[in-house]
Design a protein around this ligand. Structure first.
Ligand code: ADP
Ligand code: F6P
Length: 319
């Protein structure tokens, strides 16, 4: 293999740039020519593929977002669109493709490989940490630290005013951002989609704690675990507390990556280059017990992500 390309796809995540840098530098240092694809599969289909050099990735290790930009390309679900994308790669003599994204992006990569013979390697890049085969995805650590910053600030003002803070975080159908930030931010209640909860009971509990003299509480609510306005109403009416809702939104997707995400990016990026040089295809990279692993895309995607029940149960003992 002489030429490879890199793209980022789906929602951006802090550490994607550091990972692009690791791929590009490790590939060039191994004698490969590298190309960058702009805006994920959209750019692959529309031939937005340009050469990258060591210099192209200067001064990006610390930057959030992705210099390659990202997009969602619905047409990629059609085989004829994927054939067009593969033809664009083949016309440039590119045999290998690194896809940094989530499960949707990996599915597209798998089809591209199966149908058109392009060697693909996937790197998990999403703040959601929603892929079962890896302990961590790129961007998750930074996103959780951003949430922690917000919880710290909210705690100051909520305590001063004897209020309840209901903080809504991202994660799609996965409660990991809520669970990790809730534990490390000292939240009293953590609501995740994977575990049923009784909001009336929580509201009663807040009422009782108020009677005991505890005047402020923090509830972290994961996306997909309920409607914040409905929860606010129930808690306010039953407990009599002044509940303030904060939806953190896309602030969680930006920012300078943490040490953990930069290290993950370096390890994932260099391993992707190695796999392509070894002629491996249809692989995704992950981290298990601090060891970099790789497995077949189909096998990886067949695993169902579950919440860490031990961590979840531990959280209830800490408030
Ligand atoms: P993520 O990769 O973060 O899960 P998405 O689910 O939005 O994000 O997927 C990103 C892109 O991957 C989609 O816009 C599409 O181009 C491609 N993709 C997703 N699902 C499929 C699929 N079933 N077949 C082919 N391509 C897909
Ligand atoms: O997958 C990352 C993520 O930020 C999810 O947590 C969230 O549900 C979704 O993307 C938001 O997507 P968009 O940026 O398209 O609003």
């Amino acid at each position: 293999m002489k030429k490879i390309a890199i793209l980022t796809s789906g929602g951006d995540a802090p550490g994607m740039n550091a990972c692009i840098r690791a791929c590009v530098r490790s590939a060039i240092n191994s004698g490969l020519e590298v190309f960058g694809v702009e805006r994920g599969y959209y750019g692959l289909v529309n031939n937005c593929i340009t050469p990258m050099t060591t210099h192209s990735v200067c001064d990006i290790v610390q930057r959030g977002g992705t210099i390659l930009k990202t997009a969602r390309c619905l047409e990629f679900k059609f085989p004829e669109t994927r054939k067009k994308a593969a033809d664009n790669l083949k016309a440039l003599g590119i045999e290998g493709l690194v896809v940094i994204g989530g499960d949707g992006s990996f599915t597209g990569a798998r089809y591209l490989s199966d149908e058109n013979g392009i060697n693909v390697v996937g790197i998990p890049g999403t703040i959601d940490n929603d892929l079962a085969y890896t302990d961590y995805t790129l961007g998750f650590d930074t996103a959780v630290n951003t949430v922690l910053w917000a919880i710290n600030n909210l705690r100051d003002t909520m305590t001063s005013h004897d209020r309840v803070s209901l903080i809504k975080v991202m994660g799609r159908r996965c409660g990991d951002i809520a669970l990790y930030s809730g534990i490390c931010g000292g939240a009293e209640y953590i609501l995740v989609p994977e575990v049923p909860y009784d909001i009336q009971a929580i509201a009663e509990d807040i009422k009782k704690s108020k009677e005991r003299g505890k005047t402020s509480n923090i509830i972290v609510l994961a996306e997909g675990a309920g409607n914040e306005q409905e929860i606010k109403t129930i808690v306010s009416v039953i407990s009599g507390a002044d509940v303030k809702v904060t939806t953190l939104g896309h602030i969680q997707r930006g920012g300078t990556p943490t040490m953990a995400d930069r290290m993950l990016a370096a390890r994932f990026g260099t391993r992707a280059t190695e796999l392509l040089l070894e002629g491996k295809t249809n692989r995704v990279i992950g981290i298990k017990n601090n060891k970099i692993v790789d497995l077949d895309i189909t096998e990886a995607l067949s695993q169902t992500k579950k919440i860490d029940k031990n961590l979840y149960d531990m959280a209830s003992k800490l408030c």
